[in-house]
Design a protein around this ligand. Structure first.
Ligand SMILES: [Zn+2]
Length: 76
């Protein structure tokens, strides 16, 4: 089972979870504050490998084509 990394928008905590690939994008409550305002982060390996290929399409599941999420935005 792969490890996925998530980020909590509420308390800005990063956490990792082992999950089946089929549940990688399923909502996951923050283990620190319980908030459901979390989203999956692309792993460093994936980001490095796919950085050029996905340029302009957003960095992670929390991003939209017009606005990167707090995790992926270089300004934050
Ligand atoms: Zn949290």
């Amino acid at each position: 089972m792969p490890i996925y990394e998530y980020f909590c928008e509420n308390c800005r905590t990063r956490f990792e979870t082992l999950r089946p690939k089929s549940q990688a994008d399923a909502p996951l409550p923050c283990p620190s504050c319980g908030s459901r305002e979390t989203h999956r982060m692309i792993s460093l390996f994936a980001a490095h490998a796919e950085g050029r290929a996905v340029a302009g399409s957003g960095g992670c599941g929390g991003c939209t084509p017009s606005a990167a999420c707090a995790t992926c935005s270089p300004r934050r």
